[in-house]
Design a protein around this ligand. Structure first.
Ligand code: RFL
Length: 393
């Protein structure tokens, strides 16, 4: 078996692992990234699409902004259509001039891989059968099989579990050390990619027929989201029915129809483990928490965790100051729960307007009141915009 060692072993090359790798590299801390999949697969994986203002600041502060987000459009207005009546929310303005950026996740991942490798970074794709060892010792080890099938061992000072919800890191922590919180929002989205002109602004529509949204995917394509009755499989919906529902919910009889090129179902679930660390293994991003897409915080939480961990490791390595590492889990969990609450709050506002349960009529009124408050109270609007822009850690 081939044996090597490094300062930080990073498992997973998603937004969390790649952000951590780039931040460490900037400070001269050695790391190796081990990724299960092939490069092409990782670079094509489409998911999130927004980098909030705070994450933008992280990239600015660390000198990565030019390489990672240059040329990507900034957020302007958000259109919220209520029973077909349009309202426009100036999020960046309400947040005191803090715009987010529209950055497709696959684009950010591609740029982070390029930047890390251009700087001489060690990123190994196709690393299979990863197992973690000696987590209770001073120097934990990672054993894996490389792309050629050779078994390798990497000894590290710190391990970062950035391998997402389905990764191996979390499961390597001994039984009884973690407390798991799960929540099923009992909400589902049917997401449809179509050759339909992009909307002028990102658009969310709340209506008694259910929630719908439309976001640009380039100038000539849109991704649509439709709330579907919980427990029902919307993949059986005909194209005709899908467009009819979109027209009803968006309140737009003239919505241009285009070829549907992709269909997916997203069930809304939340998940958090506490603490986010065990000895020298630190869980980062989706490995520790999953959040609903409402508010677009999944990728942002992942990068922010990576930033908190990078700062802590750099302080420990450069100054022998371990306080950041000791506080890592508490700092990230406080922020995670803040955003879990925000995401749930946002979700109730846009979905319950289409709630047809027994107490749905009452919930619909509450959802309408919550929405109205964003436009009638500058304080409420600013609180919403502050969370959208991303609160500092
Ligand atoms: P990722 O992106 O899942 O990356 C984990 C990486 O680890 C690798 N891996 C392993 N590597 C080595 N060994 C193993 N055993 C491994 N197991 C896994 C994986 O191949 C992968 O490369 O987690 P990370 O880095 O924490 O980043 C989190 C974000 O990806 C996630 O929070 C967001 O994509 C969530 N999310 C959204 N977030 C937003 O902010 N806005 C959105 O609109 C949004 N839409 C979405 C989403 C997530 C979706 N998923 C998960 C299906 C839409 C979807 C459909």
């Amino acid at each position: 078996m081939s044996a090597e060692s490094t300062t930080v072993g990073i498992i997973g090359a998603g937004p969390a692992g790649l952000a951590l790798a780039n931040l460490l590299q900037r400070s001269g801390v050695a790391c190796v990234v081990l990724e299960l999949r092939e490069r092409a697969y990782v670079e094509e994986r489409q998911r999130a699409g927004v980098i909030d203002h705070f994450v933008g600041q992280i990239f600015e502060e660390s000198g990565l902004a030019e390489a990672l987000t240059a040329g990507m459009p900034v957020e302007t207005l958000l259109e919220i259509r209520n029973e077909g009546v349009p309202r426009f929310l100036d999020g960046p303005g309400l947040a005191g001039g803090r715009p987010s950026r529209l950055v497709p996740q696959q684009m950010l991942v591609r740029r982070m891989i390029g930047t890390f490798q251009d700087g001489g970074g060690d990123l190994r794709f196709g690393a299979r059968d990863i197992t973690l060892h000696d987590l209770d010792g001073a120097r934990p080890r990672v054993v894996y099989r490389d792309a050629d099938g050779t078994e390798r061992e990497l000894t590290c000072d710190y391990l970062a579990g950035c391998d997402g919800y389905h990764g191996v890191s979390r499961g390597s922590i001994p039984d009884g050390e973690l407390t798991t919180y799960r929540f099923d929002h009992r909400l589902g989205w049917y997401t449809v990619l179509a050759d339909s002109p992009a909307p002028r602004y990102p658009l969310m529509a709340i209506s008694r027929h259910g929630f719908a949204a439309q976001f640009a995917r380039g100038p000539h394509a849109s991704r649509f989201y439709l709330q579907h009755p919980y427990g029902e499989d919307p993949r059986n919906w005909s194209d005709e029915y899908t467009w009819e529902q979109l027209r009803l919910r968006l309140g737009d009889d003239a919505l241009p129809i285009g070829a549907i090129t992709g269909r997916e179902v997203v069930e809304m679930r939340s998940f958090v483990v506490e603490p986010m660390a065990y000895r020298k293994l630190f869980l980062v991003g989706d490995a520790a928490h999953i959040i609903t897409p409402m508010g677009a915080k999944g990728m942002n939480l992942a990068v922010t965790d990576a930033y908190v961990l990078a700062r802590a490791i750099i302080a420990a390595e450069e100054k022998g100051d371990g306080s950041g590492l000791a506080a890592y889990s508490d700092v990230c969990l406080r922020r995670t729960w803040d955003y879990q609450e925000f995401s749930r709050w946002f979700s109730e506002m846009v979905h319950e307007a289409g709630d047809h349960s027994e107490d749905g009529a009452f919930r619909r009124k509450l959802a309408q009141a919550r929405l109205e408050r964003l436009f009638s109270s500058p304080t409420a609007g600013a609180a919403f915009a502050d969370l959208m822009a991303g609160t500092p850690v």
